[in-house]
Write a protein of this length. Structure first.
Length: 142
């Protein structure tokens, strides 16, 4: 679409350097810039739709990096840095809450380990696995 809009500007039927022609202001100043804004909106909607299907922090960070590399205009970069990054932070917060709830619930009701494991060593291994889960989610963005 951008190439088409660029072609429209490139092959105008008048000399763009002729100061007596005021049509350039309409062709570039209004049409081309409006088309640019519509492309930005399409890109934002694409980003928003892509992030709706993300379920893990790792997927979110990967998607964030990919969209950030594709973004060239400042408004699009700011949108990705705010809205999309906010969604990834929200996923990380949800991951933290889930681990916290697992820890609180399992320690109060029953131990989440096979009966063959020793009581305290098995609980320590399980707690270590929760810590590794949080650490893995945290290190994904680095």
């Amino acid at each position: 679409m951008f190439q088409k809009y660029l072609e429209d500007i490139k092959y105008l039927d008048y000399d763009i350097l002729d100061v007596k022609k005021t049509k350039w202001h309409d062709d570039y100043g209004q049409k081309f810039k409006e088309n640019q804004k519509s492309l930005e909106i399409i890109y934002r909607n694409t980003v928003l739709h892509a992030f709706k299907n993300i379920t893990t922090v790792a997927e979110g960070v990967e998607m964030l990096e990919n969209f950030h590399q594709l973004a060239k205009r400042q408004l699009v970069k700011e949108y990705i840095n705010t809205k999309a990054a906010e969604y990834v932070y929200k996923l990380f917060g949800n991951e933290m809450k889930e681990v916290e709830e697992m820890y609180e619930n399992y320690t109060k009701t029953y131990l989440p380990m096979p009966p063959s494991h020793p009581k305290y060593a098995g609980l320590a291994i399980w707690a270590l696995s929760l810590m590794i889960r949080i650490d893995t989610a945290k290190r994904v963005g680095n």
